[in-house]
Design a protein around this ligand. Structure first.
Ligand code: TQI
Ligand code: ZN
Ligand code: ZN
Length: 171
């Protein structure tokens, strides 16, 4: 079953329309940014929340960036595999991804299995981390997005009823 962070933190009522922005230092392509946009839509579809892309990184509610190793928040990344990304509970909005991973940007086609060694599907991780940003902890339901295991090379992007019930409890 779904879980929350201690104290059940969530974005407050007057902040239902959230903005997100990308660290300009990463100079991400539109293709990569669209992966995040799709991930946000999955959560927006089942909540009263909206997510709008903003240009200003410093003033956005949710700030997305790729970093390697120590990046100044006391939780250094660790190179290939291990920690892939981290996000903090509401209303922090920090969304950091490990720049050393072999991130795979896939479309929605195929069976979702990638043959590249140690490849990590970016959209799958993004959907999971956005769950944390909204206040969800880990779930005990194996197929859920918030289950704390991901299979290398596997794509898992569809919310399950467990994820939906968890986020709808909060919003
Ligand atoms: N990062 C962990 C995670 O997002 C960070 C973390 C550990 C965490 N415990 C937490 C965050 C408790 C919030 C609350 O779960 S990770 C997965 C999954 C990671 C793991 O890099 O290990 C995904 C990132 F679920 F597959 F294990 C994305 Cl999808
Ligand atoms: Zn960080
Ligand atoms: Zn997690």
């Amino acid at each position: 079953r779904y879980s929350f962070f201690p104290g059940e933190p969530r974005w407050p009522n007057h902040r239902r329309d959230l903005t997100y922005a990308f660290d300009p230092r990463n100079a991400l392509t539109e293709e990569v940014k669209n992966v995040f946009s799709r991930a946000f839509v999955r959560w927006a579809e089942v909540t009263p929340l909206t997510f709008t892309r903003a240009e200003s990184f410093l003033t956005a509610d949710i700030r997305v960036g790729f970093y390697s190793g120590d990046h100044g928040d006391g939780e250094p990344f660790d190179g290939v595999m291990g920690t892939l990304a981290h996000a903090f509970s509401p209303p922090s909005g920090h969304f950091h991804l490990d720049g050393d991973e072999n991130w795979v940007v896939s479309d929605s086609g195929g069976d979702g299995f990638l043959s590249v060694t140690a490849a990590v599907d970016l959209e799958s991780v993004a959907v999971h981390e956005i769950g944390h940003i909204l206040g969800l902890g880990h779930s005990s339901v194996q197929d859920s997005i918030m289950y704390p295991t991901i299979t290398t090379g596997r794509r898992k992007v569809d919310l399950t009823s467990d994820d939906v019930e968890g986020v709808q409890y909060l919003y």
